[in-house]
Design a protein around this ligand. Structure first.
Ligand SMILES: [Zn+2]
Length: 430
């Protein structure tokens, strides 16, 4: 087994369900925090678990450059290396190569690029991206695609889309031939509810096997964390779970090219489909229209992943349109710049108006930051450039995003329609 996707409730185009992966079960629609180099900046893994994060992202480009795929592979993959028992998704590295490298050179074979760290020259192809992602060992990995820049003319969008389709076929071919090399040991998932005491012991042993090379205490801690996972899964050494490779639809901002890209990607055949090439500088309204047009051509029974989007009201809106998975650096990056999402709008905590504000950051938020600290204190930490400012701000913003999606899931299950929940806004606070 690799993944299963179960839709349990629908309302108009929106769906609520479960993504069952080899490491944990994820309730969808889901927002996935970005853990670029094996960490969600500033937030330890046990705190992510406490916040209810069941799936996070790793960036192949960054991990490939540092610490290197071979190091991660030898540490049991990203799960073992970063001590994370829940679900991980890695991107293909393509987007970073395109966004961080002005000196890149693209050919049919792949992309030559320079490291942003030391200027050294590297090469990514569909095959090498798959090799890297298999070594990192995420539950869900992505086909190597070319992210078309914006703006681009029709010829350019077409050429790029066609290359992405050829690269998708090469990605799948390599993945199918090498998927047995994932550094997990052999694992499969089963619902926690069906696990008895004896089997639970087995799952502890499995975790120990999986964590070979780590201390027994660390393995037991992981097994215990897995057992406590509220999403309810456990990993056993039996079975033959593998990663799942998702395809990516490109085609720039052209509806017809998006349709053709979707059809060609579906023809190759993947267990899930992503919409790539968004958030590249296009107007928000354009993104919405392109996503809507693309969703119409994706299979209803497979997970749909919108890459790199968006604000709190956008993630609620896209979930309403039938997107199941989203990721974005916005909540974590904005937090590090003192920009905080609240139920009354977005605030910049550095403003002098908060210097003597004894109120909580967001009275409607139940996160540990809003329960404990004043705006005045958060402003002081930020002004003093204290590390804790980044940590607390990130905890709040992530909580706000996760809470937003929880409310969206709840409203879909209650049949309440697809409006963004009240209090979700990223407009500046008046
Ligand atoms: Zn909060």
């Amino acid at each position: 087994m690799s993944i299963q996707f179960q839709i349990e409730a629908t309302r108009d185009d929106a769906r609520a369900g479960k993504l069952i992966t080899p490491h944990a079960v994820v309730e969808t629609p889901v927002f996935m925090p970005v853990g670029t180099v094996g960490t969600v900046k500033g937030i330890p893994q046990d705190l992510l678990e406490e916040l209810g994060v069941n799936i996070l992202l790793g960036n192949t480009y960054h991990l490939y450059l540092r610490p290197g795929v071979e190091t991660v592979r030898q540490m049991g993959g990203l799960h073992g290396f970063m001590s994370w028992d829940r679900v991980i998704l890695t991107d293909s590295g393509g987007f970073q190569v395109f966004s961080l490298n002005e000196l890149r050179k693209v050919t049919e074979e792949g992309v030559t690029f320079r490291s942003h760290l030391d200027g050294s020259t590297h090469f990514f192809s569909p095959e090498s991206s798959m090799e890297a992602q298999i070594g990192l060992g995420a539950d869900i990995i992505m086909a190597f695609d070319e992210c078309t820049e914006f703006p681009a003319n029709w010829e350019r969008m077409r050429t790029s889309m066609e290359m992405t389709a050829r690269w998708a076929a090469r990605s799948k071919k390599y993945f199918e031939e090498h998927k047995g090399e994932v550094p997990w040991g052999r694992a499969h998932v089963r619902p926690d509810a069906s696990i008895g005491a004896g089997e639970r012991q087995l799952s502890v042993q499995a975790a120990e096997l999986r964590c070979a090379g780590q201390t027994r205490a660390s393995a037991l801690r992981q097994a215990e964390a897995s057992r406590k996972n509220p999403a309810g899964t456990s990993v056993s050494a039996a079975g033959g779970a593998t990663q799942s490779l998702f395809g990516i639809v490109q085609g720039g901002m052209d509806f017809e090219l998006r349709r053709e890209s979707a059809e060609r990607t579906i023809e190759i055949g993947f267990p899930g489909y992503a919409i790539g090439g968004m958030s590249v500088g296009e107007p928000r309204e354009t993104s919405r229209e392109v996503v809507k047009a693309t969703l119409a051509h994706l299979p209803k029974d497979k997970p749909r992943y919108l890459m790199g989007v968006g604000t709190p009201e956008e993630i609620a809106m896209y979930a309403g349109m039938g997107v199941d998975m989203m990721d974005c650096v916005l909540p974590t990056r904005a937090a590090r710049h003192g920009l905080l999402f609240t139920s009354a709008g977005k605030i910049s905590i550095k403003q002098a108006r908060y210097a003597k504000d004894s109120g909580s950051l967001d009275p409607a938020c139940r996160c540990r930051v809003c329960q404990r600290y004043s705006r005045a204190y958060l402003r002081h930490l930020y002004a003093a450039n204290e590390v804790l400012a980044q940590v607390l701000n990130t905890i709040h913003n992530l909580s706000f995003y996760l809470d937003t999606m929880q409310r969206v899931r709840h409203s879909i299950r209650l049949g309440e329609g697809t409006r963004p929940p009240s209090g979700v806004s990223s407009q500046p606070k008046p």
